[in-house]
Design a protein around this ligand. Structure first.
Ligand SMILES: O=c1ccn([C@H]2C[C@H](O)[C@@H](COP(=O)(O)OP(=O)(O)OP(=O)(O)O)O2)c(=O)[nH]1
Length: 151
């Protein structure tokens, strides 16, 4: 559990538009809502930056946040993230924006306050890159795509 600072940028947040919330006690993500002034229709293939109405500051560089699609919206309606996955750096303090992309075949209208994505806090490991001439042999070695067979 970590504390994440949250700044409300849109006064409707926490009032007519609920704050991000995990849908159930076991939910990995907190749903993010579209702090739009009016409904926004995305044509097939169209994307738009949708404000979340807030900023967060994670602070601890051992963590970051990811903005990822809600499965139902993505699968049934094609509404996913234009950047596929949004990475929120621990030191970012600006407005949290949600890149919404209608990858489907029908127009999709995002309602004001609709839950359009989810935010996950994930641990980040700091890596030291060590230059080597040869790797210590491993079971996979340099076998790439499909190298373990079909089944
Ligand atoms: O879906 C997203 C993705 C990113 N951000 C914010 C937080 C993140 O810390 C910052 C920069 O994102 P990123 O590093 O992915 O962007 P970049 O295009 O690589 O630009 P930069 O040069 O700012 O790193 O933008 C969002 O608000 N929503």
């Amino acid at each position: 559990m970590i504390d994440v600072e949250l700044k409300i940028l849109d006064p409707r947040l926490g009032d007519s538009i609920p704050l991000p919330q995990a849908a159930t006690a076991g939910s990995a993500g907190m749903d993010l809502r579209a702090a739009l002034e009016q409904p926004l229709t995305l044509s097939p293939g169209e994307s738009a930056l949708v404000p979340s109405g807030m900023a967060i500051h994670i602070g601890d560089p051992g963590w970051c946040a990811l903005i990822v699609p809600r499965s139902g919206l993505g699968h049934k309606h094609g509404l996913v993230m234009g950047n596929l996955v949004g990475v929120i750096d621990a030191d970012y303090q600006g407005p949290l924006m949600i890149s919404c992309w209608n990858r489907g075949t029908q127009p999709y209208t995002i309602g004001v306050g609709e839950r359009v994505a989810q935010l996950l806090l994930v641990p980040v490991a700091e890596a030291r890159l060590k230059i080597v001439d040869e790797f210590v042999p491993s079971q996979r070695g340099d076998g790439g795509f499909g190298s373990t067979g079909k089944h």
